[in-house]
Design a protein around this ligand. Structure first.
Ligand SMILES: [Ca+2]
Ligand SMILES: [Ca+2]
Length: 131
């Protein structure tokens, strides 16, 4: 079950992030990339509005530990908003979350955590069904 909100699609279930990226691709998008403070604040507002808790974004340091990139393009972060002391690579964490517990700042999580996720797609003015 999901609802459309501008270019964002909130999907109301969770599964490992690789599958999530595939789910986003099936809908013509990617896991969300947050590339400006403005976009970060916008996503925070949506998370509060929809009580999403923590979410996955489309970043990882999977390929090179400590080098965070937006997937699948592999573009290195220009903007980031990690919480104090994060990322900490605890247990080898390689996936990127935006966490209510960290006041909506970012943390690296274990990639198999079951949390919600946000897909984004280019704003093409195409209308999608809500279901
Ligand atoms: Ca890591
Ligand atoms: Ca962490």
């Amino acid at each position: 079950m999901y609802s459309e909100l501008g270019m964002l699609r909130f999907v109301e279930f969770a599964s490992p992030d690789i599958i999530l990226q595939r789910m986003c691709e099936m809908h013509g998008g990617n896991l969300v990339h947050i590339e400006t403070a403005e976009e970060d604040n916008f996503i925070t507002q949506q998370m509060r509005t929809y009580a999403l808790g923590d979410i996955w974004m489309g970043g990882s340091d999977w390929t090179k530990e400590g080098t965070w990139v937006w997937e699948p393009e592999g573009r290195i972060f220009q903007y980031s908003n990690f919480a104090h002391g994060k990322p900490n690579n605890a247990h080898g964490q390689n996936c990127l979350s935006k966490a209510q517990a960290h006041h909506y700042q970012w943390d690296d999580y274990d990639c198999d955590e079951h949390i919600k996720y946000i897909c984004e797609k280019a704003n093409t003015n195409i209308q999608y069904p809500v279901g």
